[in-house]
Design a binder for this molecule. Structure first.
Ligand SMILES: CCCCCCCCCC/C=C\CCCC(=O)SCCNC(=O)CCNC(=O)[C@H](O)C(C)(C)COP(=O)(O)OP(=O)(O)OC[C@H]1O[C@@H](n2cnc3c(N)ncnc32)[C@H](O)[C@@H]1OP(=O)(O)O
Ligand SMILES: Cc1cc2nc3c(=O)[nH]c(=O)nc-3n(C[C@H](O)[C@H](O)[C@H](O)COP(=O)(O)OP(=O)(O)OC[C@H]3O[C@@H](n4cnc5c(N)ncnc54)[C@H](O)[C@@H]3O)c2cc1C
Length: 647
């Protein structure tokens, strides 16, 4: 590939952009200094020859992939320690390096230490007493031990009250006896459990004095610290009394049980990971949309006008309609995720001082935001893949693997439907409170005002869209609530009525979440615009408007059902959508440049900064071991005899 050549189309795109992409980069990083720190950090890892790929891991066996990942995870860990020693990395950077887009670029096939950092350490911090934290955290932090989070069993992942593993307290020896007596009680899925971890937080049903007290977390050693040989399996395994994490519920040495202020505090790590997922989903989406946008600016095909040369595929309005909403969705999830992270930190510090009031609202928001961000990012990444035609299907485009990582988010840490039903539970209570004139928490305040009006007159503004989406959400909440209560009045018991209404409950929950995202995104942009250049402010506002208009148009049926919108209003909305696509078009490449994702993290010939798509694609396929020899052995072994036999 010729060095230092820049694709001509991308050059032109960059000249057309109305704002300076660097300004967007600084905004997203939190300032120029932070951008510089991030870039230095990325360079520190990506320039390390031991971490850079000599050949794509696609061509390795499963075993080799695992060994390769462990090797790299260890190098990364040592490098993070070096940064920490220099005061250049804290917990947040740890997450970025090991779990964020940098981590996923270095450890393309998964991080064997991921669960150690994302769940094992946070569980000890959130559920262990001060003494237990003192005992375990530094060991875990320094990687003297490697942990995982073993909750899910072969028979149960969602319904954790149904877990079968038991931990029975024996006061005579001051030990817990752990047992997984059936095939369905075997721990199944925990990341790193098979070969990497030597300790786990095991979630088990606590029995003491013959009474079951529900699920609780226990630290269990899985492998010998020296030989790494597995400890005897989960049949009557004894662990010391103080290996039960006892910050919340406790067993005293005599076996008496002291209840937690809320049994749901045991579920705290899951809330933490759900909050983290919102940001991670957004970041994976921005990587995919960077790839697809740059590729679409470089790729020419077909005609808009027969007399003109083949256009960049980015000039097809349908292509813009595939990609620009994904650009906007990134920002929407980014700002909603930041909002949720702040709420999580505030509520967590309230919990520390015994205040539990805001936990249900946090749980309801974390559930629906995790579900919607995972689903929308996965769908958005798939749209980006489709937008790259055949080349998007290639593994080296990085789009299939990115989709694979994000679609897993739909399932893990609470399956999406299940989480949306948790939010629905909260919304049903909120609606009842609304009917009873009881106070409402901030995120459902809108139910009161929407209840009083069926809809305002259309005006071309995001606040009108927010009000419309709140009307849809309130309408769906009211409908589900009414249908469920009608069933109950007809004699259906409340559990069956819930199940029979669950399609509407899930839809209500999604609508509530979408209204929340649009409002949070709009409020964030309103706050930012006065502090940035007029050009960037305009670009950010257009993206926010696009997210709002596009989301509303995707719900036309609901809009017609729950508001007094007219068909003329819908035509106006469609025109507005098309105007926004046209307005965003000149800035599309500038926006993804503003994301400032290093080429090594993009890891796709379709999406590199220089736009040398075809040269990079060719170089990539040349790496396949299959292409090393002109004739593969299978020809002589199988094809040739077959061809001969036909002669
Ligand atoms: C630093 C380095 C980073 C490296 C990163 C590497 C990348 C790694 C990526 C991570 C990869 C994988 C991670 C995935 C790990 C996992 O998946 S771990 C397993 C997660 N499992 C789940 O999430 C299970 C889902 N199920 C549940 O959460 C619960 O069982 C469920 C809520 C569905 C039901 O629980 P029940 O006890 O049956 O509750 P209900 O009866 O329905 O409700 C009772 C009330 O409790 C309230 N509730 C429920 N959950 C919570 C909570 N978390 N917090 C607060 N309150 C909660 C619920 O609202 C009810 O309240 P009410 O009675 O209505 O007032
Ligand atoms: C990549 C990956 C990594 C994971 N890592 C870990 C880990 O490190 N540690 C760990 O403990 N676990 C881990 N898990 C397990 C994960 O948390 C569970 O798979 C997840 O919580 C879903 O539970 P399940 O598999 O039992 O699904 P199920 O609950 O069996 O879901 C199957 C279907 O049933 C439906 N369903 C179930 N219950 C209800 C309900 N109440 N109402 C309506 N529909 C319902 C669901 O919507 C879904 O459509 C991981 C899973 C994956 C995929």
């Amino acid at each position: 590939m010729p060095a230092n050549t820049m694709n001509e189309d991308l050059k032109r795109e960059r000249q057309r952009c109305s704002f300076d992409p660097k300004e967007l980069t600084y905004l997203l990083d939190g300032g120029e200094e932070k951008t510089e720190e991030r870039r230095q950090r990325e360079k520190f890892f990506l320039d390390d020859p031991e971490l850079s790929e000599t050949a794509p891991s696609d061509y390795l066996s499963h075993k080799e992939k695992y060994e390769h990942a462990v090797k790299k995870a260890c190098i990364v860990f040592k490098k993070v320690q070096q940064l920490q020693a220099q005061g250049k990395a804290g917990m947040q950077n740890f997450r970025e390096v090991l779990g964020g887009q940098l981590g996923s670029a270095i450890l393309r096939d998964g991080n064997p230490l991921g669960l150690h950092y994302v769940m094992f350490i946070p569980t000890i911090m959130g559920q262990g007493t001060i003494e237990q934290q003192a005992e375990w955290i530094s060991k875990a932090w320094n990687l003297e031990i490697i942990g995982t989070y073993a909750q899910t069993e072969l028979g149960h992942g969602t319904f954790i009250r149904g877990l079968e593993t038991t931990a029975t307290y024996d006061p005579a020896t001051e030990e817990f006896v752990l047992n997984s007596p059936t095939l369905t009680s075997y721990k199944w899925w925990p990341g790193g459990l098979g070969h990497t971890a030597n300790y786990a937080v095991v979630v088990a049903q606590l029995y003491s004095q013959g009474i079951c007290h529900g699920i609780h977390p226990f630290i269990v050693q899985l492998r010998d610290e020296e030989t790494h040989l597995p400890m005897p399996g989960f049949e009557n395994v004894r662990i010391p009394w103080n290996y039960m994490l006892m910050k919340n519920g406790k067993v005293l040495k005599d076996g008496s049980y002291v209840k937690s202020p809320s049994s749901k505090l045991t579920y705290g790590t899951m809330i933490f990971v759900r909050v983290v997922i919102v940001q991670d989903a957004a970041n994976y989406l921005r990587k995919a949309v960077t790839i697809a946008t740059r590729y679409s600016a470089v790729r020419h095909q077909s005609h808009i006008k027969e007399s003109a040369p083949e256009p960049q595929i980015l000039d097809f309005v349908t292509q813009q309609h595939k990609l620009f909403p994904q650009l906007a969705t990134y920002f929407a999830l980014h700002y909603s995720g930041a909002w949720l992270w702040d709420m999580y930190n505030n509520v967590t510090s309230e919990l520390e001082s015994g205040e539990l009031d805001r936990l249900p609202e946090l749980h309801a928001l974390a559930c629906c935001l995790k579900a919607v961000s995972a689903a929308d990012a996965a769908q958005g990444i798939e749209t980006c893949r489709l937008a790259c035609g055949g080349h998007g299907y290639m593994s080296c485009s990085s789009l299939p693997i990115t989709y694979g990582l994000v679609t897993a988010m739909v399932t893990y840490e609470g399956e999406n439907t299940v989480l949306l039903l948790q939010t629905a539970r909260y919304l049903m209570k909120a609606w009842q409170n609304c009917l009873d004139g009881q106070p409402l928490t901030p995120s459902v305040q809108y139910l009161n005002s929407v209840r009083r009006s069926f809809g305002g007159v259309y005006h071309k503004s995001v606040p009108w869209i927010i009000a419309s989406m709140q009307r849809i959400a309130a309408g769906k909440i009211e409908t589900a609530h009414r249908h469920m209560n009608d069933k109950i009045k007809r004699g259906v018991n409340s559990e069956d009525a819930w199940n029979e209404t669950s399609i509407e409950l899930v839809a209500a929950s999604e609508a509530h979440c979408k209204a929340f995202i649009v409002e949070t995104y709009y409020n964030s942009v309103q706050q930012i615009v006065p502090s940035v250049s007029q050009q960037l402010g305009k670009a950010l506002t257009e993206l926010c408007e696009l997210y709002a208009v596009n989301t509303l148009l995707k719900n036309i049926g609901d809009l017609l059902r729950y508001s007094n919108v007219t068909t003329g209003d819908l035509e106006n909305l469609q025109r507005w959508l098309e105007e926004l696509l046209a307005a965003i078009r000149p800035n599309a490449v500038g926006i993804v440049d503003g994301f400032d994702i290093n080429d090594a993290i993009i890891a796709s010939p379709l999406g590199a900064y220089d736009g040398n798509v075809y040269e990079r694609l060719f170089a990539e396929v040349s790496k396949s071991p299959l292409n090393a020899k002109p004739v593969n052995e299978s020809f002589h072994k199988y094809l040739k005899p077959l061809l001969k036999s036909k002669m």
